[in-house]
Design a protein. Structure first.
Length: 467
C-alpha cells in the first residue's frame, strides 16, 4: 500500500511540476514575448479584422491626407498618396508582405480594435468595429517634401524637430521606395545593395565625426579641474598612435571655444583622454547614447561602450566622434535639441493624435521630458560656441542672413568607404524653433561643404512655413 501511495505521490508531483512549468512559461511569454509576436508583421491574427474594417486614414499636422482606404468590391484597398515620400514613416500594409512603419506600430488604432487580450478578442468578435481611427502626425507635409528634395540622388537622412516639444517636422531616409508599387518592385527593392527598406533616420548607425565634439565639449566643461587651454601643433601622439588635425596645420594656442570653432582634433583627443571614459560616458548616457529611444517607430541604440576596458587611443578616437562611437540621425537631432532647449531633451513625437470616426480625439501624445542632459549654464555656453562655428568656423555654409544659427559640422572617416558628411544645429539660436541633423552617407566630402548647405536650406524653409 505504501508503495502504491508513493507512486501516486510521484505521479501527482510530476503533474504539478508540469503545471508549474507551463504557468511559468506562459507568464514569461506574456511578459517578454507576447507584444513582439503580436506585432510581427507576418502574424496572421493582424489580418483578422482587415476585410471587415475601413482602415483609418493618416494625415499630416495640417490635415493633409497621406494614406487612406476605400471599399474595393468585398474588401478594402489601401492607398498611399505620395509614393516614396512616407515609405519609412507610414510604411505599408500588404497581406503578402506584411506591415511596417506606423501601419504596423499603430495597427490596432487604425482598425479601431482593442489591444489583444482574451476579453478584448471576444469583444472584437461580438462587437466588431466597421471604421478605424485616423492618425494625425506631427509631420509637416510641405517640409517633408522639401527635405526629400534636398536629399535626392544621395544616401543618408535628415531629421528636423521642435526642440521644446519633441515634435518631428520632417524625417527623410534615402534611398527610399514607392509604397504604391510595392508588388511590382518588391524583388528589385529586396536585391538593392543600397538597402531602401532601411530607415536610416532611426536605425542607421553612423560614425558621427566632429559633430560629436559638442558632447565632448560638455564633458570638458563639466570637469572644473581641467585646464581648458591648449597649444595645437597639428598632431599629437597618444599611447604611441599619432593623431592629426584635418588640415594637418597647427592652430597654436587655443581655448575650448576656438577648438570647437576650428574643429581641432588634437585638442578634443587630448582633453577627452584627460576627462576619461567614465565621465564622457556619463554625459553620453544623458544624451541618450547607449539608451533605447522611446519613439513611434523602432529605433537602434547609439553606442559608445565606455564600460569596456578601453585604452587611451579608444577614448581619444571617441572624443572626436571616431572609433567605437556609432549614432543614429534621430539621436543627433535630439542632441542638438537638448542644447537648444537649455539642456532638456524632450521625447520625440511622430504621432500627435488618434481621432475616432466621430471626430473625437481618443489619444494624444503630449510633450514629455526624456532627460535633463545638462544644466542651463552649460547648454548656453555650448550654444554660443555653436553660433561661432556657423559664424566664422567650419559651419559658415549654414549661416542665414539676419538669423543666428547654431551648429556643428562633422566629417566622419568610414572604414567601408568614403567619409560621411554631418551637420547638426538649430535656429534661431536666441529662440530655437527648429533643430536639425543631416548625414550624407559616403559623401566623400566635408560636413561644412556638403551637409551644412542642405541644413541651411531646410532651416530657412522650416522657419518660413511651420506654424
Amino acid at each position: 500500500m505504501d508503495k502504491e501511495l508513493k507512486r501516486i505521490i510521484i505521479v501527482l508531483s510530476g503533474i504539478c511540476l508540469l503545471f508549474v512549468v507551463l504557468i511559468v512559461y506562459l507568464s514569461c511569454f506574456q511578459m517578454f514575448k507576447a507584444e513582439k509576436v503580436a506585432k510581427n508583421s507576418y502574424n496572421k491574427r493582424l489580418w483578422i479584422n482587415e476585410e471587415k474594417v475601413l482602415r483609418g486614414s493618416i494625415i499630416d499636422r495640417n490635415g493633409k491626407i497621406l494614406a487612406y482606404s476605400e471599399k474595393d468590391g468585398e474588401t478594402y484597398k489601401r492607398y498611399y498618396n505620395y509614393g516614396n515620400l512616407y515609405s519609412h514613416i507610414i510604411g505599408y500594409s500588404y497581406r503578402e508582405y506584411g506591415k511596417v512603419g506606423l501601419e504596423l506600430q499603430y495597427n490596432n488604432l487604425l482598425l479601431n480594435i482593442s489591444e489583444s487580450t482574451p476579453i478584448n478578442e471576444f469583444k472584437n468578435i461580438v462587437l466588431p468595429s466597421t471604421e478605424g481611427n485616423t492618425l494625425k502626425l506631427t509631420i509637416d507635409h510641405h517640409l517633408q517634401e522639401y527635405t526629400r528634395e534636398q536629399l535626392k540622388g544621395k544616401k543618408g537622412a535628415v531629421v528636423t524637430m521642435n526642440p521644446s516639444t519633441g515634435e518631428i517636422y520632417s524625417m527623410v531616409s534615402m534611398p527610399d521606395f514607392n509604397t504604391s508599387h510595392l508588388r511590382e518592385n518588391w524583388n528589385d527593392i529586396m536585391e538593392d545593395k543600397n538597402s531602401p527598406f532601411l530607415n536610416r533616420a532611426t536605425s542607421g548607425l553612423y560614425t558621427p565625426g566632429s559633430a560629436f565634439k559638442v558632447l565632448t565639449t560638455i564633458a570638458i566643461l563639466d570637469d572644473s579641474n581641467l585646464n581648458k587651454e591648449y597649444n595645437c601643433t597639428g598632431s599629437t601622439k597618444i599611447d604611441g598612435y599619432i593623431l592629426k588635425d584635418y588640415s594637418q596645420k597647427g592652430h597654436g594656442a587655443i581655448n575650448l571655444e576656438e577648438a570647437l570653432v576650428k574643429s581641432c582634433n588634437t585638442y578634443f583627443a587630448e582633453k577627452g583622454v584627460e576627462v576619461g571614459k567614465d565621465k564622457l560616458g556619463e554625459v553620453l548616457d544623458k544624451f541618450m547614447i547607449n539608451k533605447k529611444i522611446p519613439f513611434d517607430l523602432p529605433t537602434q541604440k547609439s553606442t559608445f561602450p565606455y564600460k569596456e576596458n578601453l585604452g587611451k587611443t579608444d577614448i581619444a578616437a571617441a572624443s572626436i566622434g571616431q572609433g567605437k562611437v556609432l549614432v543614429t540621425p534621430l539621436n543627433m537631432a535630439m542632441v542638438a535639441s537638448g542644447i537648444a532647449n537649455n539642456g532638456d531633451i524632450m521625447k520625440p513625437i511622430l504621432v500627435k493624435e488618434a481621432i475616432s470616426p466621430e471626430g473625437k480625439v481618443i489619444r494624444s501624445n503630449h510633450s514629455e521630458l526624456l532627460s535633463r542632459a545638462t544644466d542651463v549654464f552649460t547648454a548656453n555656453e555650448v550654444k554660443n560656441m555653436m553660433v561661432e562655428v556657423v559664424k566664422r568656423g567650419t559651419g559658415t555654409n549654414a549661416s542665414i542672413k539676419n538669423i543666428r544659427v547654431a551648429g556643428k559640422t562633422g566629417t566622419a572617416e568610414n572604414p567601408s568607404g568614403k567619409s560621411h558628411a554631418w551637420f547638426i544645429g538649430f535656429a534661431p539660436a536666441d529662440d530655437p524653433q527648429i533643430a536639425i541633423a543631416v548625414v550624407l552617407e559616403e559623401e566623400g566630402s566635408t560636413g561644412g561643404k556638403a551637409a551644412a548647405p542642405i541644413a541651411r536650406k531646410i532651416l530657412i524653409e522650416a522657419l518660413n512655413t511651420i506654424k
